[in-house]
Design a binder for this molecule. Sequence first.
Ligand SMILES: Nc1nc2c(c(=O)[nH]1)N[C@H]1C(S)=C(S)[C@@H](COP(=O)(O)OP(=O)(O)OC[C@H]3O[C@@H](n4cnc5c(=O)[nH]c(N)nc54)[C@H](O)[C@@H]3O)O[C@H]1N2
Ligand SMILES: Nc1nc2c(c(=O)[nH]1)N[C@H]1C(S)=C(S)[C@@H](COP(=O)(O)OP(=O)(O)OC[C@H]3O[C@@H](n4cnc5c(=O)[nH]c(N)nc54)[C@H](O)[C@@H]3O)O[C@H]1N2
Ligand SMILES: [Mo]
Length: 767
Amino acid sequence: MAKKDRIVNENTSEEFTGIKVTKPASYAAGARGVKVALEHAVGEMGAVRAFQTLAKLNQIGGIDCPGCAWLDPDDKRSVLGEYCENGAKALAEEATLKRVTPDFFAEHSVTEMSNWSDFKIGKSGRLTHPMFLDKGAVHYKPIAWDEAFKIIGKELKKLKDPNEAIFYTSGRSSNEAAFLYGLFARAYGTLNMPDCSNMCHESSGVALSETVGIGKGSVTLDDLHKAEVVIVIGQNPGTNHPRMLTALSKCKDAGGSVIAINPLEEAGLKRFKNPQSVSDMLSLGTAITDVFLRVRINEDIALLKVIQKKLLELDEKEGDVLDHDFIAEKTIGYRSLKSDLNKHNLDDLIDQSGVEESAIDDAVKILAPAKRIIICWAMGLTQHKNGVENIKECVNLLLMKGSIGKEGAGTCPVRGHSNVQGDRSVGIVHTPSKAIASALKKSFDIDVPMEHGYDTVHSIMAMHDKKAKVFVSLGGNFVSAAPDTAYTAQALKNCSMTVAVSTKLNRTHMITGKRALILPTLGRSEKDVSNGKHRFVTVENSMGKVHTSHGSLDPASDHLMSEPEIVANIAYATLGDSSKVDWMSLGVDYNAIRDVISEVVGGFNDYNERVVEGSGFYLPNNAREGDFSKVKGRKARFSVCNLPYHDLDADDFLLTSIRSHDQFNTTIYGLDDRYRGVFNERRVLFMNPSDMKYHKLKKLDVVNITSHYDGETRLAPKFLIVPYKIPSQNLACYFPEANTLIPIDQFADGSQTPISKSVKVKVTKVE
Ligand SMILES: Nc1nc2c(c(=O)[nH]1)N[C@H]1C(S)=C(S)[C@@H](COP(=O)(O)OP(=O)(O)OC[C@H]3O[C@@H](n4cnc5c(=O)[nH]c(N)nc54)[C@H](O)[C@@H]3O)O[C@H]1N2
Ligand SMILES: Nc1nc2c(c(=O)[nH]1)N[C@H]1C(S)=C(S)[C@@H](COP(=O)(O)OP(=O)(O)OC[C@H]3O[C@@H](n4cnc5c(=O)[nH]c(N)nc54)[C@H](O)[C@@H]3O)O[C@H]1N2
Ligand SMILES: [Mo]
């Protein structure tokens, strides 16, 4: 084995696990949700630890849930528990009692572990010691922290150009860790700061900045309660943001309506039984969706244009449908939008969308009189070639209706990772910012590079082409989350060194550079004590509110280090005293980091004082205030968006890759997708029964999926067919199993987000 490449399996195990299929569920949460949540929590953590910790989740002064970025109520929090089923699972994963110790690594080689399923790898438990994989070795060995930092510092100092290093961030890091990491990258001399949002909401950021002058959503939780209509498009909140269902049901209770737009009718959007409500639990719960529009994959623009055309026509006939005062005063580009809408033939658009006209008319009936509309979206819109335009088309609809910058109305991109938005706010960006550069020059005399850094896709290409050689990741599971698994794996293997700051074992620890380090860190639920003093961190939720998170569990091991301390040590080992930043003091004192953030990043003035007051503070948000002066032209912009074109042959499909109810991204909690009625299996392919007939496929037949781009065939082998109500020539399977199919060079125009939700594929039966 000695000098040869380690033979590792970059994708998960292809073994079937024993599928059971039932009818999809008709409601979300309820008693079953509570039961499953507690089973996971108690199973991983033990009963006492589970109940004590769950009671602190999302409470003021408690732990910010390590799951999604959904927000907490500003003031009153539920005493019964301010968390959901999947939040309990997220906590259970982090607070598990299982451990991955040096003995574990001595027993299992990287080659062996790479053949395990992602489920098995993740369930191995929490990392306890810093570990080192030397050149040619197949077993990680324990290493002292100091030694690990020395190796990293030496490797980074050796590079000819700082742009040969890449610093990836996943959105679970605190503001403090992320800021320090960004400061280090800039002081070292690169903007190569790809982060998970490049694969996630980057399209939202780009579209919103260009149209309304801020790359974040404009609404607060209270707005959702007060909206007349909430459109949920390309998002599955029942699974991925379950507490959003409480907000939607409050909106319904106040007389609001919900329109859902999705190729799949997700159970969570049908009905919600709030476990906090006795009457809900004893009844059928709240019906959430008033109108469901089963759009074809990536045909949202066609559908939104139909809705806009119909509203325009009604306005011309009856008046008072569009907000002409708002359009005249606050926007530019309306005339172009209108002439573009007039150019399109209504029936062609309806055909292309795949939705019944009568259902669209039901939606239009609700939208026409409404003055307060919110559009919520997530990956179903962002992860396409035209991801940016998908969102611009949503903005068009809101602008026509004057539905932004006032109570109960606006944009609501629902963020993924619990602090992905905060990481961005405090400087994890690969694009140059004059404001940050001049602030860092003033405070620390740092000359920040002003050329673009690599985003995720371009980092992978650079490593593949050996232009980048050292890869450091602050959290995340890069090889499994990124597109084109085999290409990404080769990119990582080409590096001279890969470093992973992680809480739990994952596949990226097996697919490494010539040498690799695992640096185990504290999870957010754990006590962070230094010199006898408890420290807290801060995060920003999906609606731009910054608040504290205080860990309370004993750390998984005595050998863990906090993320800010790890970053500080890497920085010091690399830069020493060459900059004016006192890295080691900052690593210890988070108040000092927050003071620097106050100085350097706009909107964070008096950070330390404001963040401990009540439940935190909101960052400034111009779109919320109805101020669009930051946009080119100083007004909100309508955009003319093109229709997507896929050119599908009769045996082609568009495949979307989605999350099951039992995973957090690449962390697999379990093998059930309860709401969709799939149990004990992840290698499934949802297919329309008429397509099954056409392709002579039966339920649970085994198929291979291939994609064909630029003359290259990519394969995802062995999936079981599950008949499902999904539009014809559309397919869905789970992420990350599908990632082998997504070509590295297929990404959204303007945001470079991989096309994880619309990959053209073929399906062949395995005989
Ligand atoms: N429990 C749990 N919570 C999570 C996560 C998790 O994995 N597990 N992940 C977190 C992260 S990082 C993120 S980004 C979010 C993701 O949250 P979501 O975006 O809700 O997650 P996805 O499963 O990717 O699903 C997107 C939805 O879009 C639909 N869809 C697919 N293609 C299209 C399309 O072309 N048009 C339309 N209109 N809809 C489409 C799918 O059917 C699905 O319902 O959740 C966060 N929260
Ligand atoms: N095909 C397809 N691909 C996708 C998507 C899709 O919908 N389809 N979604 C994309 C999206 S939206 C996203 S956000 C990315 C996600 O990409 P990533 O953020 O890179 O992936 P995760 O699976 O969330 O990372 C999980 C790992 O993070 C580590 N971790 C957990 N908590 C902490 C912590 O507190 N600190 C540190 N240091 N480490 C921690 C653990 O070791 C765990 O194994 O994937 C993207 N990839
Ligand atoms: Mo995400």
